[in-house]
Design a protein around this ligand. Structure first.
Ligand code: AMP
Length: 190
């Protein structure tokens, strides 16, 4: 095993994963891989994959595990710095595969950083973001669907890592800089 860091940033939609991802990759010199960004690019480029996933994403549902797993396999194979996984894994099946993919490439997961933010604040933040993001899935109906998908399918991923002793909980409410500092301290203390 190498000593490079491979980290999952975890949290509900609107928890601040994107913002804190920018900080973490800069601070620890990691490659940022956001499945949401990769999938949105497929749609923008109107690829075959993009055409298949557009309606699913617009409805706020998760795309199939197979699609994201193949994207991750390729991304890990190409990387040499260590990866920050943003928006992945979103199901326990994806988390199990991630462990296997990392092992295949001689790596292991360093930790999962979990940003905890209350539900009302998540909805408030996403509605605010909707005004400027231009994202077709940032509207009230879809936001609710995304939170339901998160609670049903993604939240069990936190248990999966907690059982492995890899869950690092961070209070995601409050000053962005303070949250970044809490994350940095937690990662450095591992
Ligand atoms: P995000 O940018 O992370 O909020 O993701 C936006 C949308 O992309 C989600 O609502 C899903 O439709 C899709 N997506 C992103 N990551 C995943 C994943 N790991 N598994 C399934 N669907 C995903």
């Amino acid at each position: 095993m190498t000593t490079m860091k491979n980290i999952v940033i975890f949290g509900a939609p609107g928890a601040g994963k994107g913002t804190q991802s920018d900080f973490i990759v800069e601070k620890f010199g990691l490659t940022h891989i956001s499945t949401g960004d990769l999938l949105r690019k497929e749609i923008k480029d109107q690829t075959d994959l993009g055409k298949r996933i557009k309606d699913i994403m617009d409805a706020g549902q998760l795309v199939s595990d197979d699609i994201v797993i193949e994207m991750m396999d390729n991304a890990i194979a190409r990387d040499s710095k260590g990866i920050l996984f943003d928006g992945f894994p979103r199901t326990v099946a994806q988390a199990e595969v991630l462990d296997k993919l990392l092992a295949k490439h001689g790596r292991s997961l360093t930790c999962m950083v979990r940003l905890d933010v209350p539900r009302e604040e998540l909805i408030h933040r996403m509605l605010e973001r909707a005004k400027v993001s231009g994202r077709s899935d940032d509207n009230e109906e879809t936001i609710k669907n995304r939170l339901v998908e998160y609670e049903n399918k993604t939240l069990p991923v936190a248990d999966y890592y907690s059982k492995q002793g890899k869950e690092v909980k961070i209070n995601g409410l409050g000053d962005i800089k303070r949250i970044s500092e809490d994350i940095a301290k937690a990662i450095e203390s591992l």
